[in-house]
Design a protein around this ligand. Structure first.
Ligand SMILES: Cc1cc2nc3c(=O)[nH]c(=O)nc-3n(C[C@H](O)[C@H](O)[C@H](O)COP(=O)(O)OP(=O)(O)OC[C@H]3O[C@@H](n4cnc5c(N)ncnc54)[C@H](O)[C@@H]3O)c2cc1C
Length: 415
């Protein structure tokens, strides 16, 4: 599954993917399956990181079905979220009901992201063209005049270089590829950051995945079986201030937002048990240049609102594979093919970000800045009054604006 880079190694491949997150691993898998030689470079030594976002959406489960992998995939332990519920002040409302989606799986699967990525790595390893290199940190691009021809970086075994017909930047929100390629990003702004933590879950706790909104705070609890994965949304840049107020005040905030957690707040023993994730919302004006394409968060950093970033990243990967596989097999990927990937994915990206901005600015920002109890916003009032409307957020969260389907064919040894 994993290859070690030997000292000073220089490797040639058709496609070099920087970043083994959802976008990079899915694209690597799909291209290798289509018979194309691909090298995926991941800077960490494994996929074992907490709080990466553990949602597998119905559209991704549909992709797994199209690949013939769904039954095996669902054997991995997971929880199935069929409804999303929110509580604003004292009022509860079902926000999304996935049970009517036109997909095989009418739920969001909550599964540790490392299980998902390991699954793709194991299945990718069945194809001779799939090469995953862990602990390889890309630090720069290699150029030939104006064209990107490869990447260089470091690994525990020393420096390495990978030369490729195409470099893919799938290295996430802090993408070095986009920065080194000089691709210009439009910053859309985000008013919040997020503290993540785990608290144990008891048999008599509520079952659903919950969001709670109260004076000055938003709190989300994802049911992960024997624990709750909790997110406390705070105003951007206020993490130090929250920490200065001390752990006791922090525990008090959570007790106020979710009183049933009161009896286990001593599980938060120090700030080491609470991880800060900074939120960013932006997108590249142009996702490509000669020899290079960015996808996923590297092309458009997503806010955690709606938990849709992973879905979008995977959909980018499926679309990129659909558009690029044939040109790879026939000989050359041109600028026109790269432009076609951006054209295909620009609309769902813009539409999703517009919706995230609307929720951020019209709702979250106001709650975070307010000192009074929030009231149910009008979109949620509508959802409560007309439950049929709960199918709309379910579609947007579960499928996205332009669900992609696998069009690439499985082929033999790499080209
Ligand atoms: C607080 C927070 C919570 C979120 N929760 C959710 C959620 O519940 N559901 C959801 O769908 N989305 C969520 N998101 C959004 C989601 O995390 C991203 O949209 C998604 O992970 C993007 O996938 P990606 O593959 O493009 O990038 P990433 O998941 O960021 O993967 C990039 C990979 O590249 C690697 N890498 C980076 N730099 C280099 C380098 N120089 N060399 C080699 N490798 C490198 C990284 O180690 C990483 O593995 C959340 C975001 C935030 C900020």
């Amino acid at each position: 599954m994993t290859e070690e880079a030997s000292p000073g190694q220089r490797v040639n491949t058709r496609c070099c993917i920087v970043g083994g997150g959802p976008a990079g691993m899915m694209l690597g898998f799909l291209l290798a399956r289509a018979g194309i030689d691909v090298v995926v470079l991941e800077k960490h030594k494994d996929f074992l990181r907490d709080f990466r976002g553990d949602t597998i959406h119905p559209s991704t489960l549909e992709v797994m079905h199209e690949l013939g992998l769904l039954d095996e995939f669902l054997k991995i332990p997971h929880q199935e979220v069929r409804q999303l519920t929110g509580q604003v002040g004292d009022e509860r409302v079902t926000i999304a009901d996935f049970s009517h989606l036109p997909t095989r799986c009418k739920f969001v699967a909550l599964m540790p992201q490392w299980d998902f990525l390991n699954f793709l790595a194991e299945h990718g390893a069945r194809y001779p063209g799939f090469h995953l290199r862990m602990e390889t940190d890309v630090t720069d691009l290699i150029r030939d005049d104006d064209r990107i021809t490869g990447v260089r970086g470091t690994s525990p075994h020393g420096p390495f270089a990978v030369m490729a017909d195409l470099v893919i930047g799938a290295d996430g929100r802090h993408s070095i590829v986009r920065e080194r390629a000089g691709l210009e990003a439009e910053d859309l702004g985000a008013p919040m950051d997020v503290f993540w933590m785990r608290l144990s879950r008891r048999p008599d706790d509520p079952y659903e995945t919950l969001g709670r909104v109260d004076i000055g705070r938003v709190f989300v609890m994802l049911n992960r079986g024997d624990y709750w994965q909790c997110a406390l949304v705070i105003p951007k840049g206020s993490a130090e201030e929250v920490q200065r107020e001390g752990l006791e005040a922090f525990r008090g905030t959570i007790a106020r937002l979710a009183p049933f957690l009161r009896d286990r707040l001593d599980e938060i023993k120090s700030w080491d048990d609470v991880k800060l994730l900074t939120v960013k919302l932006d997108r590249l004006r142009q996702w490509y240049r000669s020899g290079l394409l960015c996808i996923g968060d590297a092309a458009h950093a997503m806010s955690p609102i709606g938990g849709v970033g992973i879905n979008l990243a995977i959909q980018d990967a499926v679309a990129a594979a659909n558009i690029l596989a044939e040109p790879f097999v026939r000989g050359a990927v041109t600028l026109e093919h790269l432009r076609a990937v951006q054209r295909r994915r620009a609309f769902p990206t813009r539409a999703t970000q517009r919706l995230q901005l609307f929720i951020q600015n019209r709702f979250i920002r106001r709650v975070l800045e307010s000192a009074t109890k929030p009231s149910l916003p009008w979109p949620l009032k509508l959802l409560r009054r007309f439950p049929l409307l709960q199918r709309i957020p379910a579609r947007l969260i579960g499928l996205g604006f332009r669900p992609e389907h696998v069009r690439t064919k499985e082929r033999g040894p790499g080209v």
